[in-house]
Design a protein around this ligand. Structure first.
Ligand code: NAD
Length: 440
């Protein structure tokens, strides 16, 4: 066996983010070396360790992180994740991706991310409320409406955001604090359309990219056969919205496994089953499959909407989708990217495809600052405009990079959409950094 086949793939998300960045920077010979070094590191990394007295009467120590990657284009912005696998390197990667995402979708935010390493499924709502409040209290003034603004991510939701807002507001009485966090409930400064914004943005990006010829023989989502990994905020809403747009959802999964019905899933029945059973697995009229099987199903669009590193060196060759739409952050490793590119399977990358979430978070923040509430139609229209503009910009950047290949010191090969999106983002952030000037 060759060394290449025995070396395990590096699945550290921060290393993966760095590899993606290096690939983009190879196409940008004029980017200053100092800026490259600056963009590879987060601006600020905070670790908090704090005790919480849980329902069972014991006192447990929790470890929380908040990383501010870059704030050249505006305050830090990024979700908070509650998951046992949260690590500092994962949060650092997610924060960097947020910087690039905010630049691609062109909202005036930098990148940040947070997380607490614990399993919320093993805790009561009262425990989770205490853990959330203590974490936010520990972060103190490191977050704020004009400095660093959290949002939901894996296993956090509008209820968690309400607790974050309330805790911060208790610490800063007498002023409008609504802009400290987005993804809040509608009656606490939330925005219409935020709940399903990530999925809706995915749909708008996919429709635009297909219209522009990304997947030969298909000019829209109507009639597409779609497979979705993950059935939470991003994946569950994507199932509904893609179905409403005329697609057939043939398989979905969650942390307990997957289900498949080649004739299409009954989403109403599925939602009711998930509500009762706690998983999609076992829904009437479906065949149970593993997450590995799900990723290899033949389909028009595969939407990874769960966690990082799902498409890797060891399974990318088995993918039989015609297009991959990254609702999740970091679902495809660099090795998988290369395999998929060689096989002619385009990947609409996370920093474009799932940027609808942060886009409507930005709309929420604007509404909070103006004490306004826009109606759903207005939010969705504005989201569509932003997603289509960003999709066009990434596709045009890819074409431009492919035209310029011959002029580079070393030919980086054909440019994929991830690299094009990153080049677009890095150029936008670098441009602002140089215009502002490096302090002092
Ligand atoms: P969520 O907590 O609402 O849902 C996560 C889903 O993934 C759940 O259905 C869970 O069962 C499933 N899951 C967990 N582990 C799995 C596994 N090993 N295999 C298959 N499924 C698994 O989280 P979410 O907000 O939907 O986030 C999902 C992804 O989308 C993450 O990568 C997140 O960073 C990204 N994202 C979310 C938003 C947002 O606004 N919520 C925005 C942009 C990107």
């Amino acid at each position: 066996m060759s060394a290449a086949t025995t070396t395990p793939e590096d699945l550290n998300p921060f290393h993966i983010a760095a590899q993606q960045f290096d690939r983009a920077v190879a196409c940008m010979p004029d980017l200053k070396k100092g800026l490259i070094d600056c963009f590879k590191r987060p601006n600020r990394t905070v670790i908090v360790e704090f005790p919480v007295e849980t329902d069972d009467g014991s006192i447990r120590i929790f470890t929380g992180y908040r990383v501010l990657h870059n704030q050249m284009r505006g305050p830090g912005k990024g979700g908070i994740r509650y998951h046992p696998a949260v690590t500092l390197d994962e949060v650092r990667a997610l924060a960097a991706w947020m910087t690039w995402k905010c630049a691609v979708i062109d909202v005036p935010f930098g990148g940040a991310k947070g997380g607490i390493a614990f399993n919320p499924k093993e805790h009561s709502a009262a425990d989770i409320r205490k853990i959330t409040r203590r974490y936010i209290a520990e972060l103190g003034d490191l977050i704020g409406p004009y400095t660093d603004i959290p949002a939901p991510d894996v296993y956090t939701d509008a209820r968690t955001m309400a607790w974050i807002y309330d805790t911060y507001s208790m610490m800063h009485p007498g002023r409008n604090n609504l802009g400290v966090v987005t993804g809040k409930p509608l009656d606490i400064g939330g925005s219409h359309g935020r709940q399903e914004a990530t999925a809706r943005g995915c749909l708008f990006a996919a429709e635009r990219a297909l219209l522009r010829g990304l997947s030969p023989g298909r000019d829209g989502v109507d009639g597409a056969r779609v497979v979705i990994q993950g059935f939470g905020n991003a994946g569950g809403n994507a199932a509904q919205l893609f179905r409403d747009a005329g697609a057939t959802i043939i398989a979905v999964s969650d942390s307990k496994g997957g289900i498949h019905n080649d004739d299409g899933l009954d989403l109403a029945a599925l939602a009711a089953h998930k509500e009762k059973a706690g998983s999609v697995v076992g829904a009437h009229g479906t065949r149970t499959i593993s997450n590995a099987e799900l990723l290899g199903l033949e389909c028009d669009i595969l939407i990874p909407a769960a966690l990082e590193c799902q498409l890797r060196a060891d399974n990318a060759a088995a993918v039989r989708a015609k297009l991959i739409l990254e609702a999740a952050n970091g679902p495809t490793t660099p090795a998988a990217d290369r395999i998929l590119q060689e096989r002619g399977i385009p990947v609409l990358p996370d920093i474009l495809a799932n940027s609808g979430g942060v886009c409507v978070s930005y709309f929420e923040w604007v509404q909070n600052n103006e004490n306004e509430q826009w109606d759903l139609q207005e939010v969705n229209h504005k989201l569509r405009v932003k997603m289509e503009r960003a999709t066009d910009a990434v596709i045009e950047q890819q074409a431009q990079l492919n035209r310029q290949r011959g002029q580079l010191p070393a030919d980086p090969g054909p440019t994929d959409l991830r690299t094009a999106a990153l080049v677009l983002a890095v150029e936008r952030v670098a441009d602002v950094a140089l215009k502002r000037g490096i302090w002092p």
